[in-house]
Design a protein around this ligand. Structure first.
Ligand code: A2P
Length: 275
């Protein structure tokens, strides 16, 4: 069972979950049910992924098979097209909640979209949803230090989680330090660099030394940094492999070797670029 990380709202999330970005809708119910059966307890979805109805079906299938609903963390995110506003946030939340039909435990602003300058208004509307008991935990995604600082300064409420792209080529050390200072959990998306980092020779050598796969070595690195992550796979054997990371530990030297791989290379969009 994955270890959990405490959040600044008094709750906790599993450090290791799995994501549903680009999982085809017609495979999503099975992937969710397989993932929960394998031992995952956090499922990361979003309005934008177009598979929330099927995600809800997968969660229900797992609950019907005996997994207590309260053991699961169901995540959704507000996309914000065509407008990012408090009204749009409320409408989108209701749509996601209806599609899932399972309740939403963690709700996030998917992108800050800083050029529109509406994310503080949206955050205030999210705080109202939380006060009304509609959602337990509030987070953001793809926020930079500057965006986070504005939320904190203007509303006095710090997000519990910031989900950002992070993998050995983009470790986000400075952002992680800012998060640590403010009690924000770093949750990595594309934690394997969309599989491209798996062929990195340093990662391969470290994996060989421990008799594990490159994916397992990278997942271990994320956990030892103290972060959360949501590796994605549509294959049941890989979902299981990615959970099986408690039998070894990376040395300080290996952590330093991985830290030296930083290139700043992104597999996705920079937070400031998505308008
Ligand atoms: P697949 O879905 O075919 O298993 P990220 O989470 O960084 O975006 O990476 C996801 C990519 O990594 C997917 O293409 C996924 O492929 C692949 N992947 C996930 N886990 C593993 C693994 N244990 N070994 C090899 N590839 C993996």
């Amino acid at each position: 069972m994955p270890s959990t990380l405490p959040l600044n709202d008094g709750s906790a999330i599993p450090a290791l979950g799995f994501g549903l970005y680009k999982v085809p809708a017609d495979e999503t119910e099975r992937v969710v049910a397989d993932g929960i059966a394998a031992g995952y307890r956090l499922i990361d979805g979003a309005e934008f992924y177009g598979n929330e109805r099927e995600m809800g079906d997968g969660v229900r299938r797992a609950v019907d098979a005996g997994v207590p609903r309260e053991d699961l963390t169901v995540t959704s995110k507000f996309w914000g097209d065509p407008v990012q506003s408090a009204d749009a946030l409320r409408a989108s939340f209701e749509q996601s909640a209806a599609a899932l039909g399972t309740g939403i435990d963690v709700y996030m602003i998917h992108w800050p979209r800083p050029a529109r300058d509406r994310f503080v208004e949206v955050w205030r509307a999210m705080l109202e949803l939380q006060q009304a008991g509609r959602v337990r935990t509030l987070g953001v995604s793809n926020f930079t230090e500057q965006h986070l600082q504005r939320l904190i300064d203007e509303t006095g409420v710090t997000p519990a989680i910031n989900q950002v792209e992070s993998h050995p080529w983009l470790p986000q050390h400075e952002l992680r330090a800012f998060h640590a200072e403010h009690g924000i959990v770093t949750q990595a998306w594309s934690p394997l660099g969309r599989a491209r980092v798996l062929s990195d020779p340093t990662i391969q050598a470290i994996a060989r030394a421990h008799g594990v796969s490159p994916a397992q070595a990278i997942i271990r690195w994320h956990l030892q940094l103290g972060g959360a992550l949501i590796p994605k796979s549509t294959h049941p054997h890989r979902l299981r492999e990615n959970l099986d990371v408690d039998g070894f530990a990376l040395s300080d030297d290996e952590m330093a070797q991985i830290a030296a791989l930083e290139t700043g290379e992104r597999t996705g969009t920079h937070p400031d670029e998505r308008q």
